[in-house]
Design a protein around this ligand. Structure first.
Ligand code: PLP
Length: 414
């Protein structure tokens, strides 16, 4: 066998202007690189874990003791949250895009019996799970949730808060109320909303489990932690029924973050080997978000998203999303069908925008960590250049005048 040693891997700096990840703050990267090698039980590493836990409670807006980070990506946190679903459980899941669709698959896998898995190993369809599909581009309404839960009366209900595939905000209050009214335990994918939207999970008592990710609103890509939070009701259920995971066990994993028997302790217990680098980076990312302030950050996202939205509309695009970190759009009619070509050309130039990952094909432009007039103007210019390259006739004077007006109004209003 020939031994092959490849050249050192070089990865360029691009503008991550998609649904996520967002460009990592220099402070987070510095914290990552600055951390010394210390093992996972060293005193400052443990203090960092505990401080991250306390900052996560502030970010989530909760007094839930079981609030911590699951090592990995968004799916890792979701796997931890959904691990409470056992074979044979009844679940209603609402899907309105790519990600809630995959959550639905995870749920079907968790709720599947052996026979269900054997019948369709990659895509099991257990009888107890109902997936309610809401068309792409539409939101899940509280009405729909209430009607469905009243009919099905499941043990668990699931929804994404913000569905990043279609850029839609779903009705969290309606979901929580319906769960309470119909005796379901609510589980929410808050991967895209945490750190962008201003919400406090303790205001939604129908939801017992929450899961987010490191790389979107929390902006800590150096592979770190997916924030999760569980109510006492959820934890009591897991304590009663158990779950089939050691690593993603909601009760056992919390021990390393200093939560034992539902109490905060200063001497955590080993669960797995945490990285001092990851803890240092995550700690800094949480500090940055709390320094910005949950409400102020949400206001800034809404303000800059409105600027980008108006600019792409001035270019002849139509916007179908209502999230504030992401614009999902249809190209001008003359370019319809060329979405993937446009995105590929943009990505080849280091301008990282995305198509939708499920039908219909649309373009997604995100503004994670791009909260300034120069940053939004840069995104607008680069997107306009891509449209022009494909032959669109863009009136750049008008587009930029609109942007200037948007930002001038804000300064005047301050
Ligand atoms: C991004 C995303 C995920 C998956 O997160 P990863 O970090 O890629 O694992 C899941 N759900 C939603 C709503 C998302 O936006």
């Amino acid at each position: 066998m020939n031994a092959t040693i490849f050249p050192a891997l070089e990865i360029p700096e691009t503008l991550a202007a998609g649904p996520g990840p967002g460009n990592t703050d220099a402070r987070v990267l510095a914290a990552f690189a600055r951390a010394g090698v210390s093992d996972h039980m060293q005193a400052d590493v443990l203090r960092g874990l505990i401080e991250c836990k306390l900052m996560l409670r502030q970010l989530w807006g909760t007094a839930n003791a079981h609030t911590f980070g699951v090592a990995g990506t968004g799916w890792s946190g979701l796997d931890c949250m959904l691990s409470a679903i056992l074979p044979g459980d009844t679940v209603v899941a609402f899907a309105n895009g790519t990600f809630s669709g995959i959550d639905g698959l995870t749920i079907r896998m968790k709720a599947a019996m052996r026979e269900d898995l054997a019948a369709d190993p990659m895509d099991p369809k257990p009888a107890g799970v109902t997936i309610i599909t809401v068309p792409h581009g539409q939101s899940v309404t509280g009405d729909l949730v209430a009607r469905t839960l009243a009919e099905k009366r499941p043990k668990w209900a699931f929804m994404a808060h913000w569905e990043t595939g279609s850029g839609r905000v779903n009705d969290l209050a309606g979901f929580s109320d319906a769960c309470l009214a119909h005796g379901a335990m609510g589980l929410v994918d808050a991967v895209s909303s945490l750190g962008v939207a201003d919400f406090a999970i303790d205001d939604y008592p129908g939801v017992v489990g929450w899961a987010s990710c490191p790389q979107k609103g929390v902006l800590c890509l150096p592979l770190t932690y997916a924030p999760v939070s569980f109510t006492d009701r959820y934890i009591a259920e897991v304590r009663k029924t158990g779950c089939a995971s050691y690593v993603h066990h909601p009760v056992l994993e919390a021990r390393h973050w200093g939560v034992i028997d539902g109490q905060d302790v200063t001497t955590p217990t080993y669960h797995r080997t945490h990285s001092a680098y990851a803890i240092a980076a995550f700690h800094e990312a949480l500090r940055i978000t709390l320094q910005h302030g949950r409400a102020a950050k949400a206001r800034d996202y809404a303000f800059h998203e409105a600027a980008l939205r108006a600019a792409v509309m001035a270019m002849g695009c139509t916007v179908t999303s209502d999230m504030t970190s992401l614009v999902v759009l249809n190209l001008p009619a003359t370019l319809a069908g060329r979405e993937k070509e446009l995105v590929q050309k943009a990505r080849a130039k280091g301008f990282g925008i995305w198509p939708t990952l499920s039908e219909p094909v649309q373009v997604r432009i995100g503004i994670l960590n791009q909260l300034s007039e120069p940053a939004i103007t840069n995104i607008v210019r680069r997107f306009a250049a891509m449209l022009s390259e494909l032959g669109a006739d863009i009136n750049m004077t008008k587009v930029l005048a609109g942007l200037s007006r948007h930002y001038a109004t804000a300064v005047a209003a301050e």
